[in-house]
Design a protein around this ligand. Structure first.
Ligand code: ADP
Ligand code: ZN
Length: 562
């Protein structure tokens, strides 16, 4: 009852009220028209055919003819009568059957449906909402992030000032508030002061404004994506707690995996003194050997804690074959990585990496290689207005002779990083065909492309969305974990009580959770990387583990009992 009253009230307000007046006038016009026809009908019948009809009969005739019902019980039998009846029928079709429904739809139905759609959006979160994540700006990274939030049951709200986008998101069943992100009323409506985290993912100026607006209300932590790494200081000043220069990170991830030169250049993350690095097997003396014969541990002290092969992560055994396509995940100290560098014996200057696409990510990869210094050649079909340092070879990389003329046959590594996934797939396919042994790293702008890029021949694929989402999740969960790539991370946990005194093999950690111990960190003393299976787990040590998010969770629930 209440809803019907609310719907009726809609027609009595604002523009709907104006439209209602127009409709009334039109109806009055139609009534007048029927009356005029009825009077004319009577007079024509009397004058032409000598028949007399009442006014009611005239109205009845006019309505049946105008609505094209035409029962045929009252008809003219003269030419002038026929002409009059035809005029009444045509005017009925126009005014009653065309203009009236059209007017009803455009003046009432359409605005009413739009009003309903608008009202479908919630205008504020319930008062008791707490612990939610507030997200400004939705893109592929945020989409990957919100699916992780959904999987963990963490509540979130999206904020957009674009009404159409808000409706689309609401249609997907997502909680969305439409409004300008910096207005105090919107920030109160999304209960920003009770939120767990704010994620600002708009342009740099908009993100800075969001930080200031949020800080004027509360101290909720803010994570911000920056397009320009130079803006980081400014964002801090505006109140951001975590700043993510995603393009720079992605560029670094691509660059690290494209060169074998300088093992220290491959460090992905660190836990104090323990460094985690990734290095392609191709071009190293380990190529074609088993892990045991490669004797990496004996020769460098480094532990091989994982192997990537075409996007698949495995924990290697002694018999694992190290083939050219594989990428080693290593853990160890700086000195041990230097040992590896010497062992590989390749100097950074000997390498050559081609970077196809000089956008923000390609440029960040180039800057990273530049510092090592690994020689590189950029290819792009257009100028990058944000970069005045690098001079790429101009041309469409999909045209074979452009790459051939640029000397791609000299390249040892290749980074495919245009902003178009189908171009990236094409470039991966074409380059793999041209250079079967090149270390080929590709970027996936969209999650669905990852698999296709591997199938096209990429040795490693860096997905913008999953890297961004993984970083955000680590920030949100305040995890001391190193994010390797989608699906695997290195994380730290205090030794659970249930395992105190056991050996690693007795603890059956790997069969129970799938996680592997990378290192043991005593309270004082040196970190023990890749501890032997008979190492005893002493009270007070910290475990550094590697595993997928599911395995990590299993560790927390099954072993730590959280
Ligand atoms: P991002 O900043 O995310 O790296 P951009 O859109 O800025 O993305 O950069 C992509 C770059 O790839 C652009 O500079 C564009 O000119 C380049 N690019 C796209 N297609 C081709 C192609 N077929 N050949 C060469 N360069 C390309
Ligand atoms: Zn550049």
């Amino acid at each position: 009852m209440k809803t019907i009253a609310a719907e009726l009230a809609y027609f009595l307000r604002g523009r709907a009220r104006q439209n209602l007046k127009v409709l009334m006038l039109y109806c009055a016009f139609l009534v007048a028209m029927v009356l005029v026809y009825a009077v004319l009908f009577r007079s024509l019948m009397w004058n032409l055919e000598g028949r007399e009809f009442s006014l009611i009969a005239g109205i009845y005739w006019a309505i049946t003819v105008m609505t094209t019902l035409g029962f045929g019980d009252i008809t003219f039998h003269s030419d002038l009568g026929y002409i009059f009846a035809a005029v009444v029928t045509v005017s009925g079709v126009i005014f009653l059957l065309i203009i009236l429904p059209f007017g009803l739809i455009s003046l009432f139905l359409a605005p009413w449906i739009e009003h309903r759609l608008r009202n479908r959006l919630v205008t504020e979160l319930p008062r008791e909402t707490t612990g939610h994540v507030v997200i400004f700006g939705v893109d592929a990274v945020i989409r990957a992030f919100i699916s992780k939030l959904q999987a963990r049951g963490i509540p979130f709200v999206l904020v957009t000032s674009d009404h159409d986008e808000a409706l689309r998101l609401a249609d997907e069943g997502l909680r969305v508030i439409c409004g300008s992100p910096t207005t105090a009323s919107v920030l109160s409506a999304i209960r920003v002061s009770a939120a767990r985290y704010v994620v600002a993912n708009l342009s740099d100026p908009e993100n800075a404004a969001i930080c200031l607006a949020v800080r004027s209300q509360c101290q909720t932590p803010i994570a911000v994506f920056v397009d320009e790494p130079e803006h980081s200081g400014m964002m801090h000043q505006a109140g951001a707690n975590k700043i993510i220069a995603l393009h720079k990170i992605l560029g670094r991830y691509l660059a690290i995996r494209s060169t074998t030169c300088g093992a220290l250049a491959h460090v992905l993350d660190s836990f104090g003194d323990l460094l985690i690095a990734e290095i392609p097997v191709h071009g190293t003396p380990f190529s074609g050997k088993t892990l045991e014969n490669a004797a990496i541990r004996q020769r460098t002290g480094l532990a091989v804690i994982g192997i990537w092969e075409r996007g698949c992560f495995t924990v290697p055994t002694r018999d694992t074959q190290l083939n050219d396509k594989a990428l080693l995940v290593l853990a160890g100290s700086r000195v041990q990585l230097e040992n590896l560098e010497q062992l590989i014996g390749e100097h950074a200057e000997d390498d050559l990496v081609f970077i196809l696409g000089h956008g923000r990510i390609g440029c960040a990869a180039a800057r990273f290689l530049e510092r090592k210094p690994v020689p590189f050649i950029l290819v792009d079909r257009a100028e990058n207005p944000l970069c005045s340092e690098h001079i790429p070879i101009y041309g469409d990389a999909t045209i074979r002779h452009v790459l051939e003329d640029a000397g791609i046959d000299q390249a040892r590594g290749l980074i495919v990083t245009t902003n178009d996934d189908s171009t990236n797939i094409f470039l991966t396919l074409a380059s793999r065909q041209l250079l079967p042994h090149i270390r080929l790293v590709a970027r996936a702008n969209c999650e669905e492309t990852v698999e296709q890029l591997y199938r096209a021949g990429a040795d490693f694929v860096v997905s913008n969305a999953s890297v961004g989402a993984g970083i955000l999740l680590n920030i949100l969960e305040a995890k001391a974990s190193a994010f390797l790539t989608e699906g695997v991370s290195v994380f730290r946990r205090p030794l659970p009580e249930s395992l105190v005194g056991q050996t690693i093999v007795d603890s059956r950690l790997r069969p129970r959770t799938g996680c592997s111990i990378v290192a043991l960190e005593p309270i004082d003393g040196d970190i023990l990387v890749s501890p032997p299976p008979d190492s005893r787990l002493e009270n007070g040590i910290t475990l550094i583990l590697i595993g997928t998010p599911a395995q990590e969770e299993l560790f927390d629930t099954a072993i730590s009992g959280h």
